[in-house]
Design a protein around this ligand. Sequence first.
Ligand code: AMP
Length: 460
Amino acid sequence: MSSDSFSSLPLSSALIANLDSLNYKKMTAVQAESLPPILANNDVIVQAKTGSGKTAAFGLGVLQQINPRFFGVQAMVICPTRELADQVANEIRRLARCIPNIKLVSLCGGKPLRLQADSLEYGAHIVVGTPGRIQDHLSRNTLVLKGLRTLVLDEADRMLDMGFYDEITDIIQYTPKTRQTLLFSATYPHSIKKMCQSILKNPITIQVESTHASNVIQQLFYQTNQQQRHEALLTLFEHHQPANSVVFCHTKIQCDQVAKFLNDHHIEALAIHGDLEQRDRDQVLVRFSNKSCSVLVATDVAARGLDIKSLYAVINYELPHDPEIYVHRIGRTGRAGETGLALSLFTDSELARIIAIEEYQDKSCTTEPLDRLNRQNHYRLKSPMVTLQIDSGKKNKIRPGDLLGALTGDAGLAGKQIGKINIFPLFSYVAIEPKALSKALNYFKNGRVKGRFTRARLIQ
Ligand code: AMP
């Protein structure tokens, strides 16, 4: 058994002190198993799911190797989706905040190529991105990987499912043979084994049994019928009153219908699915993560890689056919060290799916009758924050501090009335308490940020 304290590892004292300040007191199982071989510079295959602490496992491996004085790309993480790439980039930035002058650049589709190329030219140590966009930059020579020491493939199984095999093998042609390769995958099908043979050298394979201690997520199942599914969902909200939750649906139409039903019943919800434009997707994710919306109604694809800290509950409006998808869905609640709640509705025709879930988890599913739950006639779920969209972004060199300064200084808001600030190339989003809304909007009628007249509007 390996020790579970980070200080048992050959990590710099700055990294260890930062982990302590992030409240990462103990290693998760995946970290305890994979960090020693990663830090010893081995190629490693890790079978681990979202929620296991895998990002910090490879993030620390990457950071321990970076030489900040050499301005070239030394580590690259390839992720299947933009959302996952964003989360990985954020987690690595948090882990790196103790090391001065580390530059990380995100390379994902949907963002201007030119801006990314400029950032790369300025000198990046770490690149995190999606396969298509990384390939674009390699073919234009705006990304050079001659000095790459570590290559990470995150959620490799999803990347293969999404048809990225050719892109990945093409990207690898641009990397030095001496690189260290780390591959993370939730499952380990034959296609992954085959890919590993061609891209990893004498890899060490690590498999950690389950993502969560089995009691960390409370899983409850409720039987209903097709006609009463909506009403049953409402009952779950009224009884459990989750502060925030993701409701999983099968189809885009179902997502829209369920979100509308919840809103009609005073539960503020937003739908997210593949039909949304990138800007609308960004907005929905921003509003959910900054607490301006407490319920996200999502398809599996749209929720991929979504990583919201402290997700109170995952609700299955309908059970998925594949038990692995069920486990993946509920893994979004009860992240490292927290407890979670997974609520599932099922009908007679989904009984086979329950049996598959029981077999997969090797334990029986606890069902509860819906009529034992407490209904609350006047239940309302209002989000604690609202979101302002500001018409200035990275392109105008806006930083979170500029917006915070304008709002707490000239506009006269209290610091605690302001929540998360997200900066995008052309826009920024600021979460504020509803009570402070009119003051903030008034300010932006004539107000300036960094000396420039700047407009703002409430997103609804
Ligand atoms: P991941 O599996 O990488 O998506 O990580 C799941 C969550 O656990 C993230 O929010 C991390 O910030 C958090 N986390 C990772 N490692 C630790 C740790 N050792 N202790 C506490 N939280 C952690």
